[in-house]
Design a protein. Structure first.
Length: 278
């Protein structure tokens, strides 16, 4: 669980004992090349120590270059990447991880996630993830976009429980049942698209709460995600936004306002809907 008094250096202990920062930079839809490298460097200078990428994003190489340019010791930065759908299956997953390592220029990945719950090869792919963990290619393994029923399969098929389930999560998509399930099974929920990709930043109800705390709507959404016990990975490639998104540790949203934010839920999905995958 995430402690009540938090700052940008706060970390959460995962179910295998590895610690993970509670705030990171998401890089989905960042162009490969200069845009990604600059964003990662700005984030690291702002104090972020979690960078999230994926095979599918096409920017792993630039994330790795930025990490090396930063001069920050490797062990101080938590790197997440993900296995894409076309590489499910035991041998394909092993090979895909090795290719991600090459692109990143790293000897290990801190967190390797199955990006989506592909229906027919989940068990075989998870066995590959366990092998990668045992071989030291990954410090932790987890999943992304898994619904409760996808997670329930692990109790029947594996002794290794995912450390993380990374899902779309915001007050407008408040997956409370999934959050409770993850807590009860010691799986850390990680929130991507916590800012709804900007779609709801002009919502008058959200703006009003931001005004009350002298914070931007984006800062309110990030702080809500953190106070709900998730790890948050807001995405921005703009320097001022990256710094703004990290400035969420000098205030606490009241219980009343947290409940008000919870009530914004409208099951709004910005990304694909994993509930359609059985």
């Amino acid at each position: 669980m995430i402690e009540s008094k938090i700052d940008i250096n706060t970390k959460v202990k995962l179910n295998n004992g590895v610690i993970m920062p509670i705030l990171g930079l998401g890089t989905w839809q960042m162009r490969s090349g200069r845009e990604t490298e600059e964003a990662v460097l700005w984030a690291l200078k702002a104090g972020y120590r979690l960078i999230d990428t994926a095979q599918f994003y096409g920017n792993e190489e630039n994330v790795g270059k930025a990490l090396h340019k930063s001069g920050i010791p490797r062990e101080e930065v938590f790197i997440t990447t993900k296995l894409w759908n076309s590489d499910h299956g035991y041998n394909a997953a092993i090979a895909a991880c090795e290719e991600s390592l090459k692109r990143l220029g790293l000897s290990y990945i801190d967190l390797y996630l199955i990006h989506w719950p592909v229906r027919d090869l989940r068990d075989e792919t998870w066995k590959a993830m366990e092998t990668l963990l045992q071989e030291g290619k990954c410090r932790t393994i987890g999943v992304s976009n898994y619904m409760t029923w996808h997670l329930e399969e692990f109790s029947n098929t594996s002794s290794t429980v995912p450390v993380v389930d990374q899902v779309e999560f915001s007050p407008y998509l408040y997956q409370e049942d999934l959050l409770k399930f993850c807590r009860s099974h010691e799986i850390q929920l990680e929130a991507y698209s916590p800012l709804t990709r900007g779609l709801k930043l002009g919502d008058p109800k959200l703006v009003s709460i931001g005004t009350k705390y002298s914070k931007s709507p984006a800062q309110i959404l990030i702080r809500w995600a953190l106070q709900r016990g998730t790890v948050a990975i807001p995405k921005s490639s703009k320097k001022e936004r990256i710094y703004e998104n990290a400035d969420v540790f000098d205030f606490t949203i009241s219980s009343e306002d947290m409940r008000a934010l919870d009530s914004f839920n409208e099951n709004l999905r910005i990304c694909w809907d994993p509930s359609t995958v059985q």
